[in-house]
Design a binder for this molecule. Sequence first.
Ligand code: CMC
Length: 391
Amino acid sequence: KGMFTYDPGFVSTAACESQITYIDGGKGVLLHRGYPIDQLAEESNYLETCYLLLYGELPSQEQYDTFVNTVKNHTMVNDQIRTFFNGFRRDAHPMAIMCGVVGALSAFYHDSLDISDERHRQVAAFRLIAKMPTLAAMSYKFSIGQPFMYPDNELDYSENFLHMMFGTPCEESKISPVLARAMDRIFLLHADHEQNASTSTVRLAGSSGANPFACIAAGIAALWGPSHGGANEAVLEMLEEIGDVSRIEEFVARAKDKDDPFRLMGFGHRVYKNFDPRAKVMKEAADEVLAELGVENDPLLAIAKELERIALEDEYFIEKKLYPNVDFYSGIILKAIGIPTSMFTVIFAVGRTVGWIAHWHEMISGSYRIGRPRQLYTGHKQRDYVAVDKR
Ligand code: CMC
């Protein structure tokens, strides 16, 4: 159409070159720096995968140890951040708090404003990866009126997150290794997914030369919506609304009805027209967690399992290639671990931070231009101003 290619929703426009993540949505393939996601989920851990995404290669033992220690050096937040929390309502959604406090990090680290210096870019990456779990847990503790927990650098990344979420100064939380591993897998499986809405937002914000904390705050905002990261929360809300296995058919019928805007949350994907490879691993992890916790009889989880079965056999879903996505199973695992629903998308944001930063860094380190999409104008032609008494 006219001078520009019209591609609403960017279904066929590549806006950049990237070496980080490869997806073949038809075949259900996801590779990070060439390594299949299922191998990473099975054999690697979140921080090692962070290293891989950021630097392009798996680390040697020494590189890994140095990386983990550097991240640990940055887990605390400036004490002024603690007071910043008091400006929020206690019932604020934790994602609302995250949009604010992550953006506010740029007010604390002035060196990050100079993105031309590679050392500044590196340290911003460490700070973000290290501080996201701390800020995420703080946003939860604030909402329930409990004191903030300091990070414990004796623990690994995911154990530490659970410690800050569930520990209190008077009682250490008991962290089961199975749950810590499930948490780590959730972070790992969310680590990157090439040019999705939030990552594209980070790149677009970054293309103007904005500092990385501000760019990641923009990514958090884009992630929040129910079509993207907000879906894991929406899945649980939907399961609650369904309420009973006997009502599943009714909701499936609504999802198929063209006149009803209702969609089955946790189903479908823009890129995957086959089983999302992350969802496969997440499904296994969900089974493991449910076995460990012995919550097979949880009514919501029973609804989820039955819904999955029915949708996978339904002609509408088969024909449109709508499979359960990563958010479907992650919601179930998080619910089983005891994470409140309002924190689900925050946890997605924690895991995705490395992907956002890796893409931002890849862009800034190469040659790039400010992102500036064009439009097809469909408004009025030029017309003359009319005085108010003549309108
Ligand atoms: N339930 C019922 N029908 C659906 C669903 C669903 N969940 N998803 C897509 N469809 C139908 C849709 O109505 C359309 O039908 P038709 O061709 O007859 O108009 C067709 O399938 C294609 O859908 P689309 O909206 O054109 O596809 P899209 O690529 O623009 O949207 C999506 C992808 C993920 C936003 C969408 O599938 C959806 O809304 N799913 C539910 C929300 C969700 O689970 N989101 C998480 C995505 S995965 C992780 C992430 O990105 O954060």
